[in-house]
Design a binder for this molecule. Structure first.
Ligand code: AMP
Length: 436
C-alpha cells in the first residue's frame, strides 16, 4: 500500500472494518482485494456508507488518504443498480461525472474507476485538454456511464453539442480547493448550471476555507460532513535536511549532490514553470538526464516524462506543485525542494512523495536567504526544526541580502528582513550581512 499517513485514532478503527462491512458488493470487494487492499482507510470507512445511502457529502481529505476509492467504490455500486439512459447523441448517457483540477489526477481517477469497476460492466472515459479532440468526440458519441474530466475541455465539448450531461445522477468535485486555487470557479459554476438539479453531489477538498463552504452551500443538499486528519505531521520514514546555500550556487549544489551521492531518481520541486525549464537546461548541460513537468507541457510530453521517470530512464523530474499533485509514484528515494514553497502545506505534500509504503526516503531542501520566512513557516507547521547542513564549497554568501521572490505577477518576501526591490538589490549588493 502506498498510503502516506493515517491518523492513529482512525487506524485502530480500521482494524474492525472490512470492505464487505461497509456494504460494498462482492464484485467490488473482489476488485479491491485484487489491488491488495483489505482494510479500508478512515475516509473510506466514513464516506462509503454515506454515499451508498444516496446522500450528499462534504469530505475533508487529501491525496494519500485513499479518497479516490472512497467515492469511486460506492459510485460504481449505485450506478450498477440505476437504469441506463440514452443521450441526445443516441449513445449511453453519462450518469456519473467526476471533475478534477489536473489532467494527471483525471487520468488516475479514471484508472481507479476501471480497476475497481472491472467486474461491474460499466464504461468510463477520461477527457482533458492538451490532446486531440476527435477521438474524445467519437468515443462520446457511443457514450459512457462514468466520465472523469477537467473543466475546460468538458465545457468545450458541451459547447460543441457532443456531450449531454442532462442524465448525470452522481457528481463528484475532487480536490475542490485546488480547483479554486487554479481559478476554475467560473468553469465550475458553468458546469453546475448544465447539470440536472436533482442529483447526488460529493465534494472532496483538503481544506474547508470560506470559499469551499460557499461552494458547498451552493452545490450540496443537506450534506453529511466527514473529515480525516490533515497530514501536518511528516511521516517518520522521511528524513529531512536543509542545505543553506548561496542563491547563485543552488544549481551547482544540486548537480554536486546528484553526482556525488549517485542519486538515480530525484523529484525536484520548483515554484515556477520557467524555473523548472531553466533548471532542466542546466542539468542537461551537466549530463544529467532531466525533464520538466508542468502545465505548459503537452499531455504527451508529461506522460513521456512520467513514464521515463517511473521506469528509471530519467534521473530528474522537475515539477511545479500543481503538476506534481496527483502523481502517484511509490517509494521515491529523493525529493528535492530546489525552492521552498510559499504555502507550508505544499512542503508536506511534496515530501510525502518519498518514504512511502514504509520505505526510507530523503527530503532535501536547498534554502537561500530569500526563503528564510518560508522555512520558518514550514517548521511551525510540522512542529519540527529541520536539521541544517552546509555543504563545503556551497556555503551561503556572507554578502548576500534578501531579494523578493517574483512569481509571475506576484512578488513575495520570503526573506526574514524586508528585501530591497529586485532591481536595486541586483545592482547594489550590501556588504557583510551574514544571517546564518
Ligand atoms: P488517494 O488518496 O485516493 O490518492 O489514494 C492514495 C493511495 O492509496 C493510492 O495509491 C491507492 O491505490 C491506495 N489505497 C487506496 N485505498 C487503500 C486501502 N484501503 N488500503 C491501502 N491502500 C489504499
Amino acid at each position: 500500500m502506498s498510503l502516506k499517513e493515517l491518523p492513529s485514532e482512525s487506524k485502530s478503527n480500521s482494524t474492525i472494518f472490512s470492505f464487505e462491512s461497509l456494504g460494498l458488493s462482492e464484485k467490488l470487494v473482489q476488485a479491491v482485494h485484487e489491488q491488495g487492499y483489505t482494510i479500508p482507510t478512515p475516509i473510506q470507512i466514513q464516506a462509503i456508507p454515506i454515499v451508498l445511502e444516496g446522500g450528499d457529502l462534504l469530505a475533508g481529505a487529501q491525496t494519500g488518504t485513499g479518497k479516490t476509492a472512497g467515492f469511486t467504490l460506492p459510485m460504481l455500486q449505485l450506478l450498477a443498480k440505476l437504469p441506463r439512459a440514452r443521450s441526445a447523441q443516441g449513445g449511453i448517457a453519462v450518469r456519473a461525472l467526476v471533475l478534477t483540477p489536473t489532467r494527471e489526477l483525471a487520468a488516475q481517477v479514471e484508472e481507479s474507476v476501471r480497476l475497481y469497476g472491472k467486474y461491474m460492466g460499466l464504461s468510463s472515459m477520461v477527457i482533458f485538454g492538451g490532446v486531440g479532440m476527435s477521438p474524445q468526440i467519437s468515443r462520446l458519441k457511443k457514450g459512457v456511464d462514468i466520465l472523469v474530466a477537467t473543466p475546460g475541455r468538458l465545457l468545450d465539448l458541451v459547447g460543441q453539442g457532443v456531450l449531454d450531461l442532462r442524465h448525470v445522477e452522481i457528481f463528484v468535485l475532487d480536490e475542490a480547493d485546488r480547483m479554486l486555487d487554479m481559478g476554475f470557479i467560473h468553469d465550475i459554476k458553468k458546469v453546475l448550471a448544465i447539470l440536472p438539479k436533482r442529483k447526488q453531489s460529493l465534494l472532496f477538498s483538503a481544506t474547508f476555507s470560506d470559499e469551499i463552504k460557499t461552494l458547498a452551500g451552493r452545490l450540496l443538499n443537506s450534506p453529511k460532513i466527514v473529515e480525516v486528519a490533515r497530514p501536518n505531521r511528516t511521516a517518520e520514514t522521511i528524513s529531512q535536511i536543509v542545505h543553506p546555500v548561496a542563491r547563485s550556487k543552488k544549481r551547482n549544489l544540486l548537480i554536486h549532490l546528484i553526482k556525488s551521492e549517485k542519486w538515480q531518481q530525484v523529484l525536484v520541486f520548483m515554484r515556477t514553470k520557467h524555473g523548472a525549464n531553466k533548471l532542466v537546461e542546466h542539468l542537461l548541460d551537466a549530463k544529467i538526464s532531466a525533464m520538466a513537468i508542468h502545465g505548459n507541457k503537452s499531455q504527451t510530453a508529461r506522460t513521456k516524462a512520467l513514464e521515463e521517470f517511473k521506469t528509471g530512464t530519467l534521473t530528474v523530474l522537475c515539477a511545479t506543485d500543481i503538476a506534481a499533485r496527483g502523481i502517484d509514484i511509490d517509494q521515491l528515494p529523493y525529493v528535492v525542494n530546489y525552492e521552498l514553497p510559499n504555502v507550508p502545506e505544499d512542503y508536506v505534500h511534496r515530501i510525502g512523495r518519498t518514504g512511502r509504503a514504509g520505505s526510507q526516503g530523503q527530503a532535501v531542501s536547498l534554502v537561500c536567504l530569500d526563503e528564510d520566512m518560508f522555512l520558518r513557516n514550514i517548521e511551525k507547521l510540522i512542529k519540527t526544526k529541520i536539521p541544517k547542513e552546509v555543504i563545503k564549497g556551497f556555503e551561503p554568501d556572507p554578502n548576500e541580502t534578501p531579494e523578493p521572490i517574483i512569481m509571475g505577477r506576484m512578488t513575495m518576501n520570503g526573506g526574514a528582513r524586508k528585501p530591497k526591490p529586485a532591481s536595486a538589490a541586483a545592482r547594489k549588493p550590501s556588504p557583510n550581512r551574514n544571517r546564518r
